[in-house]
Design a protein around this ligand. Sequence first.
Ligand SMILES: Nc1ncnc2c1ncn2[C@@H]1O[C@H](COP(=O)(O)OP(=O)(O)OP(=O)(O)O)[C@@H](O)[C@H]1O
Ligand SMILES: [Mg+2]
Length: 247
Amino acid sequence: MQILLQVQNLNKNFGEMKILKDINLEVAAGEFLTIMGQSGSGKSTLLYCISGMDRATSGTISYDNLDLAGLPDAEMSEVRLKHMGFIFQHSYLLKNLSIRDNIILPGFKAEMVPREAVVENAEEYMKMTGIDHIASHTINEVSGGQLQRAAICRALINQPSVLFGDEPTGALNSSTTEEVMDILNAINNQGTSIILVSHDAKVANRSARIIYLSDGKIKDELILGAYTGPDAAREEKLTDWLNEMRF
Ligand SMILES: Nc1ncnc2c1ncn2[C@@H]1O[C@H](COP(=O)(O)OP(=O)(O)OP(=O)(O)O)[C@@H](O)[C@H]1O
Ligand SMILES: [Mg+2]
């Protein structure tokens, strides 16, 4: 098992407030992990620290054998651009650009492959997520679900080894959530690691492993195994566990 991300003794303070307390976590390459917990428990803070969007107060974060926490800002940004993808509740796509141009932009910026290859990859991802027919629309001419699919395509454009998402389906209705999760499961099955933060048991049910954060600490962990489709026993196990957590 290849370790993609290793977090050791991670602490994060905001002023006097201790938000993350001695977090230790390992994520294997190809894993699909969901971070759950009450509002204010530190889920987003943890995601931002482990993805290099924010700086930890202390502790080490090793990403693909790279000392992420020790990197200067410019190098950290480069690792994020070239090796990580991000999807949020409201993904901030640029208003005056088409869906296609929003997707290819980080690819042009990273300059990892020729521009023609970036455009080809974008077309492929738009087909995969079912938005190729709206590629030329601007972002206010598409639905919320289509926008989130575009955000996934953009997050994938540099073929990252890991996708991070903070409530990526938080603004979607339940059937659109299912469709977006189908796409994320397919991406994970192709080998991309996924780390999500979610309040939604339906989302967590799609991941192989769930950690539960309480007051800035990892309180418990549930291993469900790879998602292979709807499974009542699996859902029941997750529901029981969440009840035990008083969630
Ligand atoms: N930039 C900041 N400055 C000061 N305090 C912060 C900052 N960001 C987060 N916090 C505090 O840290 C704690 C954890 O916040 P965080 O956003 O990680 O929670 P969360 O688990 O993601 O909650 P939610 O489910 O509501 O999104 C909260 O008490 C919050 O007020
Ligand atoms: Mg949050």
